[in-house]
Design a protein around this ligand. Structure first.
Ligand code: PLP
Length: 399
């Protein structure tokens, strides 16, 4: 049996999405900026995609900007806003558990003279609002907080954070990296006080290399890519028409069954957690509860995680050893995030460290991540395989 349980790293592109993209690549291949029929056809695809995506967030079409994915959306939001608002202040706030796309952009801004506060998290990976309240200053220009953590699934208190920021410093902008939340939850930026929001198509069954950034009308932001002035000058470069249309198709499909898929994944997660915790020497990292479907206050309640991510430590077995032993049995998972595997630090996952996990627990942590296509049979097979492998691997280690 082949079990792909690495959907936080990336998801399978839907067949219908791939077909729609092929048609655009081979037939409607015009440049959306061209002033003729072929160009207009391409431009219609881009416009239609913008309509679909803006509806999912209940925002205006003008507020959607297409990018090459989550990393670019995060970079554009942070660097673009920091530079455009630097006269107002040079203080930025984020959390210690953000994706490298945010952390590294913040490090770059520090090199440019900005000051960054990295908020601590509790043992489940959730930011404490008191820490945010203390950190907001009159010269704070931007706060960036993820919707759902990519390693342990912890949901951040986004709605409360947004309200708090706007009360304490109405000038400060609020960016949310929703790469692991968009397509799993109903997220409405206007309700959550969000000024900028990042999403990435390949995390919700769309193509890789395509994403978008929601930018509230009126937000001061500068481009980070310069050229032909496409997308009202904020993001130059010929639009990835097939990718953009594919992303919108994927969003349309995912949102159609989002509520049922959510409930099913919550059920799977619950059963899988029970199975994992019944195995000797296994601890779950991050929240064990699953939220209700509504975004905001409910879903961000302490102890709740996204429905598709489970992180656990297997005492006495190093992550990479277990990862490869599972791979031999056709089960594909991650040790931490896929991006961290390119820059492995000796200290291991920064998220698990920020949550206070000891090195022994960090070194033997694995992430399992589901999609609406994941079945209980696959998870049952994974649990049985773990039950068989763990004693052998632990004995082997003791020799
Ligand atoms: N932000 C989060 C929370 C992510 O999980 C990821 C990808 O894993 C990214 C940003 C980067 O997205 P992309 O792979 O589209 O560049």
């Amino acid at each position: 049996m082949d079990c792909y349980l690495d959907n936080s790293a990336t998801t399978r592109c839907l067949e219908s999405v791939a077909e729609g993209m092929k048609k655009i690549l081979c037939e409607d291949y015009g440049n959306p900026s061209s002033m003729h029929r072929v160009g207009f056809a391409a431009e219609r695809h881009v416009r239609h995609a913008r309509e679909i995506l803006s509806e999912t967030l209940r925002v205006d079409e003008k507020e959607i900007f297409f990018t090459s994915g989550g990393t670019e959306s995060d970079n554009l939001a942070l660097i673009g806003c920091a530079q455009a608002n630097s006269r107002q202040g040079k203080h930025l706030i984020t959390t210690a558990v953000e994706h490298p796309a945010v952390i590294q952009a913040m490090r770059h801004l520090e090199e440019l003279g900005f000051q960054v506060t990295y908020l601590p998290v509790d043992g489940t990976g959730r930011v404490r609002l008191e820490a945010l309240e203390q950190a907001i200053r009159p010269d704070t220009i931007l706060v960036s907080m993820m919707y759902a953590n990519n390693e342990v699934g912890a949901l951040q208190p986004v709605e409360e954070a947004g309200g708090l920021i706007k009360r304490k410093n109405p000038q400060a902008l609020f960016h949310v990296d929703a790469v692991q939340g968009y397509g799993k939850f109903h997220i409405y930026p206007k309700k959550l006080h969000i000024d900028l929001l990042s999403a990435s198509a390949h995390k919700f069954h769309g193509p890789k290399g395509c994403g978008f950034l929601y930018v509230r009308e009126g937000v001061k932001i500068r481009p980070t890519v310069f050229g032909g002035g496409q997308q009202r000058g904020l993001r130059s470069g010929t639009e990835n028409v097939a990718g953009i249309a594919g992303m919108a198709l994927a969003a349309q499909e995912v949102f159609q069954t989002l509520d049922q898929d959510f409930e099913r994944m919550v059920g799977l997660r619950r059963k899988f957690l029970t199975g994992l915790l019944a195995l000797p020497g296994v601890t779950v990292n991050g929240p064990t509860g699953c939220p209700g479907l509504e975004s905001g206050a409910d879903s961000a309640a302490a102890g709740f995680a996204a429905p598709h991510i489970v992180n656990a430590s297997f005492a006495g077995v190093r992550s990479e050893v277990l990862l490869h032993a599972l791979e031999e049995k056709g089960i594909y998972v991650s040790a931490g995030s896929a991006c961290a595997s390119r820059h492995p630090s000796r200290e291991g996952s920064a998220t698990l460290r920020a949550m206070g996990l000891k090195k022994e627990a960090r070194d033997c942590a694995l992430r399992f991540s589901f999609s609406p296509f994941t079945t209980w049979e696959e998870l049952e097979y994974t649990l049985e395989t773990l039950e068989g492998l763990l004693p052998t691997l632990r004995r082997f280690r003791q020799k």
